[in-house]
Design a protein around this ligand. Structure first.
Ligand code: UGA
Length: 453
């Protein structure tokens, strides 16, 4: 099949490359000329496992093309996948400007019947709005083409997006059965591999996307709230997670307690869903609570530091391991590290920061500040006698860091582990002072006397 994908962001780029891998002829179009030039030369602008190799493989087969000429992409096919961004508006609703812009250009320029597939995350009812917009444009220009609008939300995770596309738990397509026929063909290679293709109404598909993200965010906020209780009574949230996760009705996933979820999806999509509900006059207490608990959880690190240092954070030196919102990405959007860093700068602490891949992304979003030292490695963070070490992102290299070396470097300073990277037994055996989320605190026998003044 010939397919045009609009938008070369996370969703558009991964979808385009993977659709090419399935054997389709794909044009990925984006108005960002620099990005398109980079991609056409085989350079991948985002940090995403497997993507650079697959990009180059598909460029070589000739199945994949990049273009900054949207009209060219429109002219090449009748199957149009819209994968442009839907950033959050100040009131939480999704900004659909880019989605509508692409759809209207397609309606203006198409010379045949065609299919619009919305892959961008759009609020329920957007398909109806797109249909109306397209129809008005066609009527005004006296064109009698038929333009169908269907929904095909994505469920890719940053860091494993290629794997998630090619090994999806399910594919959802929403629209009138007749209009969905091309999508059955498009995904046939994945269906042949045993992946289930669920067909439903367009509105159900649109809402299913938000519901999935809200449910996952809900599990995280739920376990984080329970972790507060566990911490207070001396229970262990990781043991509780195993205890409840083995119940098939609950399941073990997305129940890792930590310092809150971030990224471009959960926070934004949760707020957009709540905004949709509000406009319908529906109470949003659960959705609001998920968001509020997440905001509170991002303060957990600073709460522990305040307890440990008796609210005297001025002039202490805090090392931070991990800046990205999660491992295996350089994405800093809504990262918990940002909340911690801003609070500690406000308190006058000196910071030594390190992330294996997100250093330049972090420098782009954090203000220049003389309190910040950008470090070359995890070891470098601890070199000059820090007063506390924080883990904000659970990169594998931190989990593998030899505890004997860490204990030596910390010399009694506390490790505030926002992602529960180490077992309590290991932390105790290593004689660490160790604070972790929803688990009993461990105090080293060589507790450092704080002299930051
Ligand atoms: C999320 C969804 O998982 C994807 O299915 C969806 O397609 C995507 O949003 C999207 O809407 O585009 P992503 O934001 O890449 O994917 O990241 P996740 O792996 O889901 O993690 C999100 C956040 O939750 C991270 O900050 C992570 O640290 C946190 N998390 C995750 C926890 O705190 N605990 C957990 O048990 C799991």
């Amino acid at each position: 099949m010939r397919i045009s994908v609009y938008g070369a962001g996370y969703v558009g780029l991964v979808s385009a490359v993977c659709l090419a891998k399935l054997g389709h002829h794909v044009i990925c179009a984006d108005i960002n000329e620099d990005k398109i030039k980079l991609l056409a030369s085989g350079e991948c602008p985002i940090f995403e496992e497997q993507l650079p190799d697959l990009l180059n493989e598909q460029l070589k087969t000739g199945h994949l093309q990049f273009s900054s000429d949207i009209s060219y992409a429109i002219g090449q096919t009748t199957i149009h996948v819209i994968a442009t961004g839907t950033p959050g508006n100040p009131d939480g609703s999704a900004d659909l400007t880019q989605v509508f812009a692409v759809a209207s250009q397609i309606a203006h320029e198409t010379n045949s019947n065609c299919l619009l597939i919305t892959k961008s995350t759009v609020p329920v009812g957007t398909g109806d709005q797109l249909e109306a917009l397209v129809q008005t444009i066609l009527n005004n220009s006296k064109k009698s083409y038929r333009v169908d609008v269907v929904s095909n939300p994505e469920f890719l995770r940053e860091g494993s997006a290629v794997h998630d596309f090619l090994n999806a738990d399910r594919i959802i397509i929403g629209g009138e059965p007749e209009t969905l026929k091309p999508l059955h063909l498009m995904y046939q290679p994945l269906v042949d591999n045993g992946i289930s293709l669920l067909t439903m109404s367009r509105k159900s598909a649109e809402l299913a996307k938000y519901t999935a993200n809200a449910m996952l965010a809900c599990k995280i906020s739920f376990i984080n709230q329970i972790s507060r209780i566990a911490e207070e009574v001396g229970a262990d949230i990781d043991e509780i997670r195993l205890g409840i996760g083995s119940d098939g009705r609950i399941g073990p996933h997305f129940l890792r307690a930590g310092i809150g979820y971030g990224g471009s999806c959960f926070p934004k999509d949760g707020r957009a869903l709540a905004q949709t509900a509000r406009t319908l006059g529906i109470e949003t207490n659960l959705l609001d609570a998920i968001d509020a608990i997440n905001d509170q959880q991002k303060n957990w690190v600073v709460e522990q530091l305040n307890k440990h240092f008796n609210h005297q954070l001025k002039n202490i030196t805090v090392g931070i391991w991990g800046l990205a919102f999660k491992p295996d990405t350089d994405d800093m959007r809504e990262a918990s590290s940002l909340v911690i860093i801003k609070a500690l700068i406000k308190a006058g602490s000196k910071l030594r920061l390190y992330d294996p891949v997100a250093m330049s992304a972090a420098r782009n979003v954090l203000p220049e500040d003389k309190l910040i030292t950008w470090c070359k490695s995890a070891g470098h963070v601890c070199e000059e006698g820090i007063d506390a070490l924080v883990i904000a992102t659970e990169w594998q290299q931190f989990k593998n860091y030899p505890l004997s070396l860490l204990v030596k470097n910390l010399a009694g300073a506390p490790l505030i582990d926002g992602r529960n990277c180490f077992s309590l037994t290991k932390a105790k055996d290593a004689n660490l002072t160790y604070y972790s989320v929803g688990r009993p605190k461990i105090l080293s026998t060589e507790r450092k006397v704080h002299d930051a003044g």
